[in-house]
Ligand binder design. Structure first.
Ligand SMILES: NC(=O)c1ccc[n+]([C@@H]2O[C@H](COP(=O)([O-])OP(=O)(O)OC[C@H]3O[C@@H](n4cnc5c(N)ncnc54)[C@H](O)[C@@H]3O)[C@@H](O)[C@H]2O)c1
Length: 326
């Protein structure tokens, strides 16, 4: 890992923070590229020594040629592309959503192509939102039909097609990963952030209502980071897309897990009965065949670790609760 330099787009975001932490732990060089200059999510999970190590470049993936000088200047060997806008922003402003999520991703592929073979491949975040509604009660595989029900899912689907075409026409290898509900410290935006917000609410003694119900595919942030990094370093050919799978859990069971760690929260965490319009169980057999077994933190451990992190931040007077108000 020491000889690898990773460009992580969107690394001031939630999953990005966990990816950066893990890359630093493995001794890699890290270049953060983000439109936001605020590393608050990294500060939630890293100490000052760790925070001082990555290079930070403030920039917009929508700007043509913003990435190429960074790749050249820092001898980037691997790209993990996480920058993107979430469902609420894509719904409110589809044009902006398409610019960032689709054109921005094209810019990442163009930059990777320009710097081959120095850049080996691109690992990028797709989403389980590509699937849309799925009424059968069974795990869904990545080779099954997709039918997104929102612009966000459609943009992610479009990125998967573009990745395939970059490989067909230019031989650029890539791996896209489809997470569903990722949780952990730093998750603070979008409907699927609600279980994490409920954990935070339990720590500060506030009631919280989770805006969805039923079951969801629930993945700990450290496990998502592990999968993205494995995907990035794999020497592969092709444009692959894989589901990520954590635990398929009912929201009621996630709340019960929170209450086990914080019994005083009993009765203050509620949820809607309406499930997300995304299949709740993603089959990750293909991913495990391809990448080997990825890290799989049991829900009980992931929920406890997340709550303990929030408790520690609260003791230090650094726990923001602004996200609980929206
Ligand atoms: N968190 C989940 O549960 C989940 C599930 C499925 C897919 N994903 C995908 O994984 C990726 C990371 O998700 P996240 O939860 O960390 O999101 P996040 O919103 O926390 O982080 C996204 C980051 O991208 C940056 N960004 C946005 N527009 C940018 C631009 N134009 N140029 C540069 N940077 C820009 C933001 O500043 C932010 O730091 C996203 O592509 C998301 O769609 C996340």
């Amino acid at each position: 890992m020491q000889s690898n330099t990773f460009l992580v787009t969107g690394a001031h975001g939630f999953i990005g923070a966990w990816v950066v932490k893990r890359l630093l732990a493995e001794g890699a060089q890290v270049v953060i590229f983000d439109r936001s200059s605020d590393p608050y999510r990294l500060r939630m999970i890293m100490d000052e020594d760790e925070l001082a190590r990555p290079v930070f470049i403030e920039g917009d993936i929508v700007s043509e040629n913003s990435l190429s000088p960074v790749i050249a200047g820092y001898n980037v060997t691997h790209i993990i592309h996480l920058a993107g806008l979430q469902v609420p922003v894509c719904r409110a402003d589809p044009r902006l959503g398409a610019l960032v999520n689709v054109v921005g991703t094209i810019n990442v592929f163009e930059a990777a192509l320009k710097h081959r073979p120095q850049v080996r491949s691109v690992a990028y975040a797709s989403s389980a939102a590509v699937f849309g509604r799925f009424d059968e009660d069974r795990p869904v595989r990545e080779d099954e039909a997709v039918n997104p029900t929102n612009h966000y899912g459609a943009f992610k689907r479009c990125n998967e097609d573009n990745a395939r075409i970059y490989h067909l026409e230019h031989g650029l290898p890539s791996i896209g990963l489809r997470p569903l509900t990722v949780y952990g410290a730093g998750r603070d935006f979008g409907v699927t952030s609600d279980p994490t917000k409920a954990m935070k609410a339990s720590v500060v003694g506030r009631p919280f209502h989770i805006r969805f119900g039923g079951k969801t595919d629930f993945l700990y942030a450290a496990d998502a980071a592990d999968a993205f990094i494995r995907a990035a370093v794999l020497e592969t050919d092709g444009a692959h897309v894989f589901n990520l799978h954590g635990d398929t859990a009912a929201i009621a069971d996630i709340v019960a897990e929170i209450e086990r760690v914080r019994p005083e929260a009993k009765g203050s965490l509620t949820w809607d009965e309406t499930p997300l319009p995304i299949p709740p169980e993603l089959d990750a057999t293909a991913l495990h065949t391809f990448l080997g077994r990825t890290q799989q933190t049991p829900i009980a451990d992931g929920v406890r670790e997340t709550i303990e992190r929030f408790e520690a931040l609260q003791r230090e007077g650094r726990l923001s609760t602004a996200d609980l108000d929206v």
